[in-house]
Design a protein around this ligand. Structure first.
Ligand SMILES: [Zn+2]
Length: 179
């Protein structure tokens, strides 16, 4: 598929990522999914910027195991904070989903940032990813958004790059910048 978004939306994602640096930002991508086309499109209509709700209580079983092994060291979970993880509250997801449905839209993806890291999904990102969603990742280096890459799961639940296409969302997008 191809993720179609406006330059303004891309700028908004990058700005959110820079604003919460050095923590990870996160948000939901709301829009439409047109699978009937020769090239199926996910079209972004709006972005729902959310708070990163990660806490050390959100620990998956692997980490809980690891934490047990490292019991004589500092607690493992305390080293994994919002600079390395994000968590979207299910309550936020339901709220955004309800609002989207009211407009005939749906959640088509998730965006988040990687502070001082590449815009490549982590194993944790992969484990918690949903099929069909677009996963846009903003790489923020020293507080500056330097790269945005989009990913989607394949049938083997592995991330593959998913193309992004910039489409003007309004007339103002198309206006040339004049001095
Ligand atoms: Zn990530």
């Amino acid at each position: 598929m191809v993720l179609v978004l406006s330059n303004q939306q891309l700028v908004a994602m990058r700005a959110h990522a820079e604003r919460v640096y050095p923590e990870e930002c996160c948000g939901l991508i709301v829009g439409t999914l047109d699978a009937a086309q020769v090239v199926p499109y996910k079209t972004v209509v709006e972005l729902a910027a959310l708070d990163n709700r990660w806490t050390s209580d959100v620990v998956d079983s692997d980490e809980a195991e690891l934490e047990g092994e490292l019991s004589n060291k500092a607690k493992h979970s305390e080293h994994i904070d919002k600079r390395r993880r994000y968590w979207i509250d299910p309550v936020d997801i339901l709220r955004v989903q309800k609002r989207a449905r009211g407009k005939g839209l749906g959640i088509i993806g998730v965006y988040h940032s990687h502070p001082d890291n590449e815009a490549v999904p982590s194993e944790c990102d992969r484990a918690q990813a949903w099929p069909d969603y677009a996963y846009a990742i903003v790489s923020v280096q020293s507080g500056k958004a330097v790269d945005v890459q989009n990913w989607a799961l394949d049938s083997a639940h592995q991330f593959q790059p998913e193309a992004m296409q910039i489409a003007p969302s309004s007339a103002t997008d198309r206006m040339p910048i004049s001095a």
